[in-house]
Design a protein around this ligand. Structure first.
Ligand SMILES: Cc1cc2nc3c(=O)[nH]c(=O)nc-3n(C[C@H](O)[C@H](O)[C@H](O)COP(=O)(O)OP(=O)(O)OC[C@H]3O[C@@H](n4cnc5c(N)ncnc54)[C@H](O)[C@@H]3O)c2cc1C
Length: 480
């Protein structure tokens, strides 16, 4: 059996930027990328045509396939402010390699996106004075506002850009195996020796592939699988967290200043009494709320916006971070249970409720939704009562945050605004990695969102570039 120099599990941004960088350094020979989803041009979400989520089998096209969660993402590349001494958005890469190096990698990755056709225009750079005033106003409500430059690819443009990158990897002979699930790792004496795979549509057709090194780049989609691997092989982890919340939809007109000045405002609060971190995330001006399905059939909500096609609503996530320690430390399980209960109330779909109805202690009915000021952009969402299942603590955090935000952005707490649930960001327990991103298993590495290192397109891409450089450095060392 031939042995690969490197196998990378997953083909999200972290993996494909790893491959891109290996090509630049002429080190992409004998490298295999494995992905359970399809090539980018075959990824298609039927919800727009059918009006409801079809729960595509074997995998959801939104979360799986070449470019990972990136292909259908809104494609907001979060950059950084030159004057900032820290990195505030996108995860923890800088905690491993330092702030300056992370900034360099972000510039490098940004240039790659530009080379493959990203829009040259940067959002969030023109209105310094207005942003400063907004920050001050937010601070009075004990809310921090983080404003950074954003490069907006747009959902349809993301597809084009990632297709070009896919072609580029193919032209440079990077081997890519699609519709293939890595079901297990092969580990002997504390060292990785390969992976066990099966075809996505045939679990019986199994095969072992040997490799000198393996990189896990499985994203949030693979977080649950990664957690199981960590448990099975005693791969060292640190307690992780889960972000649970709602997708909030309101009129563009309410958000017009934030949209204009920042495109995406990242507001962070710690409301009483719990003082949990509550933050806005993934803001989509004139965007659309979307649905994504996870392996065990759970329907979660998300959002995106196109470059050309526009709605008259803005949507954004309001997320509460939860940690667990003793005796329960399974954040993914907790999140899945919340999602399951919410889905059951929605007959398998995402729930939607008006803010005013939550305040009045009642569910939302279809007729009320149809006559509501804010028209839902996710037509498949089922009107109901989120408060039955989201948890008192999470709901209290969200409502208090919305009230405080209303003093910063007038109309943020309008009773017609819509809450969709569940919006959940799963991360595996944080995989313990060293400065080369190596796990406690020799020659097994972990990058991107899956292991808890990153939380966005840009940082995931940067982690892949750094992984490639680490591997080259290690190879040189081993050759000596
Ligand atoms: C709708 C939506 C909108 C988003 N919008 C933005 C945005 O505007 N800006 C932003 O910064 N971020 C956004 N994100 C998040 C962003 O897409 C992720 O942070 C990023 O894609 C993470 O990259 P990754 O390489 O770590 O993992 P992913 O992109 O998640 O890729 C992991 C891949 O691994 C595959 N995989 C997992 N397990 C296995 C296995 N066992 N075998 C084979 N394959 C496997 C999965 O199918 C997947 O394709 C959005 C996400 C979604 C879903």
């Amino acid at each position: 059996m031939d042995k690969y120099d490197l196998i990378v599990v997953g083909m999200g941004p972290s993996s494909i930027f790893l491959a891109y960088e290996l090509i630049q350094k002429k080190k992409a020979k004998n490298v295999l990328l494995i992905e359970e989803g399809k090539p980018v041009e075959k990824r298609y979400c039927p919800v727009e045509k059918k009006g409801e989520c079809m729960k595509c089998k074997p995998f959801c096209n939104i979360t799986s396939g070449f470019s990972g969660a990136g292909a259908f993402s809104d494609g907001k590349l979060s950059l950084y402010n030159k004057e900032d001494e820290d990195i505030y958005v996108g995860g923890n890469l800088h905690k491993y390699i330092g702030v300056e190096k992370t900034k360099e990698l972000i510039d490098y990755a940004d240039n790659v996106y530009l080379k493959f056709g990203a829009d040259k225009h940067l959002e969030g750079t023109e209105y310094k004075e207005e942003v400063y005033k907004l920050k001050k106003k937010a601070k009075k409500e004990d809310i921090d506002l983080i404003g950074i430059p954003i490069r907006h690819l747009g959902t349809e443009k993301s597809h084009e850009i990632y297709k070009k990158i896919q072609d580029y990897l193919e032209e440079n002979n990077v081997e890519m195996m699609y519709e293939t699930v890595v079901e297990d790792l092969l580990i002997e004496n504390g060292k990785i020796t390969g992976v066990k795979i099966h075809k996505a549509n045939n679990k019986e057709e199994k095969e072992k592939l040997l490799a000198k090194k393996v990189v896990l780049a499985v994203g949030r989609k693979g977080a649950d699988w990664l957690s199981k691997m960590c448990e099975k092989y005693k791969i060292k982890t640190e307690p992780g967290e889960v972000d649970i919340g709602v997708r909030y939809e309101l009129k563009d007109e309410v958000m017009k200043d934030v949209n204009k000045y920042l495109y995406e405002g990242k507001f962070i609060g710690r409301p009483y009494p719990f003082r949990d971190k509550v933050r806005t995330f993934c803001q989509n001006p004139s965007g659309f709320v979307s649905e994504e399905v996870y392996d065990d059939g759970l329907s979660l909500v998300n959002g995106h916006s196109y470059k050309d096609k526009k709605s008259t609503n803005t949507n954004l996530a309001i997320l509460v971070s939860h940690n667990f320690k003793d005796p329960f430390n399974k954040p993914i399980e907790y999140g899945k249970n919340v999602a399951k209960n919410l889905n059951e109330l929605g007959n398998g779909s995402v729930l939607v409720q008006r803010l005013g109805d939550i305040r009045r202690g009642k569910r939302t009915w279809q007729e009320e939704l149809e006559n509501n000021d804010v028209k839902p952009t996710l037509k498949s969402a089922v009107p109901g009562d989120i408060t039955f299942a989201i948890g008192y603590r999470t709901m209290t955090d969200i409502l208090r945050f919305i009230n405080a935000m209303d003093k910063v952005v007038e109309g943020f707490a309008d009773p017609h605004n819509l809450l969709y649930a569940p919006e959940i960001k799963f991360y595996s327990n944080k995989v313990f990695i060293d400065k080369n991103f190596e796990t406690s298993i020799k020659d097994l590495y972990c990058i991107g969102d899956g292991g808890g290192m990153t939380r966005g397109l840009m940082m995931a891409s940067a982690s892949g570039i750094q992984m490639a450089r680490n591997l080259i450095k290690l190879e040189k060392k081993e050759e000596k």
